[in-house]
Structures are given as C-alpha cells and as structure tokens.
Design a protein around this ligand. Sequence first.
Ligand SMILES: Nc1nc2c(c(=O)[nH]1)N[C@H]1C(S)=C(S)[C@@H](COP(=O)(O)OP(=O)(O)OC[C@H]3O[C@@H](n4cnc5c(=O)[nH]c(N)nc54)[C@H](O)[C@@H]3O)O[C@H]1N2
Ligand SMILES: Nc1nc2c(c(=O)[nH]1)N[C@H]1C(S)=C(S)[C@@H](COP(=O)(O)OP(=O)(O)OC[C@H]3O[C@@H](n4cnc5c(=O)[nH]c(N)nc54)[C@H](O)[C@@H]3O)O[C@H]1N2
Ligand SMILES: [Mo]
Length: 758
Amino acid sequence: MTDTIPNPESEGPSGGWGSVKSIARILGDDKPSPMVLEELARQNKPGGVMCVSCAWPKPANYHPFEFCENGAKATISDLTSARCTPGFWSDHTVQSLRGWKDYDLEQTGRLTHPLRYDEASDRYVEVSWDQAFDDIGQTLKSLPRESVVFYSSGHAGLEASYLYALLARTYGNNNLPQSSNMCHETTSVGLQKVIGSPVGTVVWEDLEKADAFFFFGQNPGSNSPRFLHPLQEAKKRGAKIVTFNPVVEQGLVSFVNPQSPVDMLTGRETQISDEYLQVKAGGDIAAILGLCKVVVEADDAAVSTGAARVLDIAFIDEHTVGLESFIDLVRSTDWSVIEKESGLTETAIRGAGELYIQAERVIGVYGMGLTQHSQGALNVAMVVNLLLLRGNIGREGAGCCPVRGHSNVQGQRTVGIAEKAKLIPMDKLKALFDFDPPTEDGVTIVDAVKGMMSGQIKATISLGGNLVRAVPDQKAMEEAWASQDLTVVVSTKLNRSHLFPGKKAYILPCLSRLERDEQASGPQSVTTEDSFSHISGSVGKRTPASKHLKSELAIVTSIAKATVAPNPKLKWDEWTADYSLVRDLIEATYPDQFGAYNERMFEPSGFYRGNSAHDRVWKTEEKKAVFTTPKQLNALSFDDAEGRLRLITMRSNDQFNTTIYGYSDRFRGIEGTRDVLLMCREDIRSAGLSEGQEVKLVSDFNDGVRRELAGLKVREHNLPRGTIGAYYPEANVLIAIDHHDELSKTPASKAVPVRIEA
Ligand SMILES: Nc1nc2c(c(=O)[nH]1)N[C@H]1C(S)=C(S)[C@@H](COP(=O)(O)OP(=O)(O)OC[C@H]3O[C@@H](n4cnc5c(=O)[nH]c(N)nc54)[C@H](O)[C@@H]3O)O[C@H]1N2
Ligand SMILES: Nc1nc2c(c(=O)[nH]1)N[C@H]1C(S)=C(S)[C@@H](COP(=O)(O)OP(=O)(O)OC[C@H]3O[C@@H](n4cnc5c(=O)[nH]c(N)nc54)[C@H](O)[C@@H]3O)O[C@H]1N2
Ligand SMILES: [Mo]
C-alpha cells in the first residue's frame, strides 16, 4: 500500500545521499571546529559521548558511526566556531533583537560570558560569576518560596539534575516542571495509570524480536533517525510496519541507510510502512477502537468455530481488569462512527487489524501525535488496550514504546525533577540531607505560565531550554515572563527567552556535554538515561567554547550555595569537585535502580534500571494492567464547526525544537521558508483559496481571546480533509494555555482549533 502513497513533494527516501548532503551543508555553513568528524565517531559508544540531541538508545552492537543526520547537526551546532561575546551587545539592543528569527539568534554562536541585563541601555552586559550568584541568591531569599520556579529542559545530565531538584527542595518548593510537561507528561501520567509505569516497557532486544511495529504519531525519520536502522533490520526479517499519521512522513515510507556503502551506491531503499493510514488529527481513539474491533470480531468467530482464541485469555485473566466494559463498547460501536471519527475506511482499518492479529509480537510506538491532545492520555490508554488484547506487554519482542525527546528528559524525572511530591522518596532526602522536604505539589508548565500571567510566579530559573518560545499563548507569555522579578537562563546559545528579561535578568553560559569538564578532582563525566531506561556515561573531550564557561552542575551548586541556608550535609563544593559523589547520592536515594552506579556507567548500551511493567508487575491502583473504556471517540475538546480546522504544529527536519538549523524540510519538499500553511487540495478549494496565497490563521478556541498568525503562504500537501499544518514554534501564538491534555496538562499542540482569514 505504501509504495502507492503519492509523496511528490519529497526529495526521496530518508537517509541516503540527501542525509549526507544535508550534513555537509551544515558543516559548510556553520563553521564547525575541525574536530567534528572525530567527535561524531565517538558518539553513543561506551566511553564516548552521548549525543546532545535525542534520547534514542545506544545499541550494544553499535555501528562504526552510531550517529544520525540530526545528531550530527546538533553536534556541529554545539561545536560551531561562532561566538556571541559581550561585544555583540554593543551593536544590538534587546528590543532590536526581538525582530530576529530563531535561526538568526542561533547563528550568533556560543555564549561566552555570564551576562546581566542592564535596563538603562537595554543590553546585556558582562558580569562576574560571583556577582551574578550573589544577586540571584539575595533575590531568591527575598521571595515567597512558592513564587519561584525551577524549570529544566531535558539536556542536563543526571548529576546536575539531581542537585537541581535538591536545590529547589532545600530552597522550599517542588516547583520543578520540565520540558516533558509539554511533551511526554501524558505518558508519565497516562501510562502510569494503566500499566503502573511512567515510561516505555521495551528494550533493544525487543526491537530485534518484534513481528510488527504499530506507529502512532511518531516521526523517526526526522526525530529519532537511528530508529530507522533496527526498523530496516526488522523489515529484512519480514516484520510488518503499520503507521497511523495524518502526514505522509518520508522516514516512515522508505529509507536508504547512509551508513551502508552498498545501499548508498545502489540507492537501495527499504520500504518502511506496509500500511500507511492517514488518520485525521485527533482521530486515533476511533482508529484504535477499529483495530480492536477487528481483533474482537476475529475472536468471536474463533469461539463460535472452536478455533484457537485470538485474545490472549490467559494473560487477560491473570493480569488485567476492565476488559468487559471495553469490549462492550467495541462491539456496540458502528463502523460508520469509527470511519467518521478517524477519517479512515473500514477496509483500511481491517487491513491493519489483520496484520496486528497475524503478528505474534507487536510493539506499539508513539510520540507527540498522541500525547499533545486534549485527550492525549486516552490516546495512550487506547494503544495499551490494543496491546493488552493479545498480551503484547511484558513479553519478549512486544511492548509499549513512547519515543522520548531530549537526550536526558526521561532521566531528569527519574532522579527527582518532578513537581508531583508523591513521586519523590522524601524520607530518603530527609535522612540524607537532614532537612524537611516540602510536601505540597509544585507547578506544571501550564500552572507556571498562568502563575506568571497572574503575577503569582515572580522568578524562574531555567536549566536550559527556551520556555518563552516553547509554550502556548506565546505573545502573552512574553509579557508575563518579562514581568517577573528575576529570570535566570542557563544556556549555550542565545534564544528568544533571553529577549524578555525580568526586572533582574541573567544569562549564565554553560559547557556543552561535548566539552571537557575539569573540576578540582580532575576531568568529570556525566550520565544520561535513554528512552529504554538505560543509563550511560558520557565523557566530554572538546576544548570549551570559552574559558569563562561553567558546567551545569557547578552553576546549580553555586546558586544553591548563594541561596540555601548552610547545612553540613549539603556539601555543594565537594560534589562539584567530584561528580562520582553525586552518583553515590543518587544510588543512595534510588538503590533499587542505581546499584553499583559508578562501576556500571560505561557498560555497552548502558545499564538497565529496570521497569516493573516490563516484568508484568503492575504498580497501578488496581495492581493489574487496566483496559480503559474511552468516554469519547476523538482526542479533541471541540467539535467540527463550519470553517473550523485542526492545526498540527510540526517539526521540520532542520530544527531541534526551538533551535532552527536551517530552512530545508527536504522530506516534505519545503525549502527556504517556514512561513507555510499546509492544506490538502480540497480544503484549499473549498476555502476559496489558491496555492501561494498569503493568509492569516486565527485561533478558534472557546475563550474569545484574539490570537493570530499572519504571513503564511498556502501550500498544497497530502493531508486528510480538515487537518492542516504549520511549524512549531512559529504557530505557538495560536495555542491557548488552557488547551491541554485533561489528565496531564500537556498542551494540545497537535489539534489546535483555528480558522483561516484571507
Ligand atoms: N530533528 C529533531 N529531532 C527531535 C526534535 C526536533 O525538534 N528535531 N525534538 C525532540 C523532542 S523534544 C521530541 S519530544 C521528539 C518529538 O518527536 P515526535 O514524537 O516524532 O514529534 P512530532 O514531529 O512533533 O510529531 C510526530 C508526528 O505526529 C503526527 N501527528 C500529528 N497529529 C497527529 C494525530 O492526531 N494522530 C497521529 N497518529 N499522528 C499525528 C505528525 O504528523 C508527526 O509526524 O523528537 C525529538 N527529536
Ligand atoms: N506548538 C508546539 N509547541 C511545542 C511542541 C510542539 O510540538 N508544538 N513541542 C514541545 C516539546 S516536545 C518540547 S520538549 C518543548 C521544548 O522546550 P525547551 O526544552 O524549553 O526548548 P528547546 O528548544 O529544546 O531549548 C533550546 C535551548 O536550550 C539551550 N541549550 C541547548 N543545549 C544546552 C545544554 O546542553 N545545556 C543548557 N543549559 N542549555 C542548552 C540553548 O540555549 C537553546 O536555545 O517544546 C514544546 N512546545
Ligand atoms: Mo519533547
């Protein structure tokens, strides 16, 4: 079916020469240091450096080059020779930079000195580290504890992250939201509810044994390209791949392995998806219900003829609750309703359902296409329903595979960066550090943004990230962020968040993980956790971009020393001198997961910290895996009013979140611009528009607030009717902060209700 999917826009298969050319272009125009290729060769191998881009696992049997196009871009971007020195500010005011694109800010290069915002000149000026920490500490001490937020983006290693969480708690709150609050918090909350584990259950060996992969709203070609290697292997041994995605993503259609000389010379493509179902945005609940209907119908037929059951009855009886009410809904829901809600035909869903039944071992993969919806957690629960029907969780070659974003986003949560107090072993912290940890829950990102808007949040420390640009309601957020008493952003590069300084504002420049981290006891290494819950050591070798940089860990402990009352148990200086002591603390806090941490951190593919659901131990309220009966058949919080469209906010192949490397989205055939509105031909025609026409998008959320994005050029794209696409983060101005997953508060960025104004 896939090979007939028209994708005329694409320049060809993902991977292949296109990928090599794309890296070469970045190498050419980003002025990398000469050591880039050597650095790439060390990537994701034992004793090497763990990629600064995404959280895809590191296989024990690694390739000679275990990196991908986007890992290479992230590496090159960190190793650029361009520098954003204090001198940059003699030519630019903060106000003037607000007109710059994200791409242009990124091109200014690595930050070199700590900076303080000077209101009189509207510029950042150089400041000494000591002065910065002193002022930050004084200000934090003067503020109500609950008014300060400690945000982190998922870059920093486990050691710095553990101490950052300790900083917040010894300061006096659990205000530790993270980038996953905009991302896989739906998984942390939704998956926990139904299988008792907040993270995926599969490990690398499962990829090698699976008979089928079902992809729901995850785009490996752009966002986790090394996933394409095990998928290629899977196809070679006859495994099937089925994709549900409104957009025809090239990486899920075909792949040429850029690291296979034979494939590259012959242009030999591997077809990836056997079935590609272009579900409507927000239509997965109905689509998966349809798959379940195929399974249940086949099982009913087997029962009536006395053939072997299609449901895994032994597993269901022993391990699950809730099947009956779910099956009642499956039986009573008409195909016509499923077709209408999903936008797919019964025939297409039946074809996919047959592949599900034929496969003995199935992995369900998902990403932002499921999590970023009003009913994102229900989407996740539906994937679990499908897997549970045939015992596809906690068994070799099967399981649930949420693909995580930032390189250490999952790990930061593991070691204590969490706003939910019940997730933290507070008794351990109390015993280890002799203080009374705060017991009240902290804020999520949505709460934090609303708190800034209402004036209740007065200061934010950001360990990485670009919060102002990443959150919904971005225009209002810019004002709200700048109204705070203090903003501190620990960064490698200039970004838009820096351009809305609080009354006091600091930019604290840090080392990249690629760089040598020298402390009093010698060179340090750090650790990160990947999507499969494996922990790997990472050794930075490159010369730091500036001699004034500090490590993230050293910045965290310096803020802590300036802020938190002295306590002999809080040995911030000793920990900074030797990170292995911090790993001992992590082990003492989480002994079941981090045993022999320092000894095991350089094991090939990292060490596994375990996962209960992987072993069919269900830490849910019911002590079983839970079938969820969906209360609605789409993932939306609005209906299809006349003229209302569902906007997907998308990533290009030339960006990492708010970092824009360039203007080439070659898989989708979009070059030289990001100001596009993707629509199918029928939608263009029925809206009375034509290709190339400039339009304005306006929000159609039910709160009456005017939100708009102008200057988008209409472009025909292969999409289901009623589903349109524009790029993130540019489109974030259109999303209401109150439009989020009901359970986890993850912003609903994949079906934003909008209208078009010509
Ligand atoms: N190169 C690169 N790599 C990255 C990132 C990056 O920006 N660039 N970001 C990193 C981060 S933080 C994350 S979280 C991950 C994100 O990686 P992904 O989870 O892949 O996220 P997206 O690309 O936002 O969306 C995934 C897919 O969902 C589809 N989709 C949209 N709406 C729906 C829907 O309603 N149903 C279904 N079934 N599909 C839908 C989109 O078409 C898209 O193909 O990638 C990480 N890796
Ligand atoms: N509309 C819409 N909004 C979205 C999404 C979407 O799909 N659609 N996706 C959401 C998702 S999945 C996520 S994860 C968030 C991302 O939100 P964030 O994590 O806040 O944003 P990033 O763009 O990843 O942050 C980039 C900045 O991090 C800094 N940085 C880079 N490397 C390092 C480092 O090693 N250390 C430190 N300290 N700083 C570093 C640089 O200064 C860079 O400018 O956005 C979310 N927002
Ligand atoms: Mo993410």
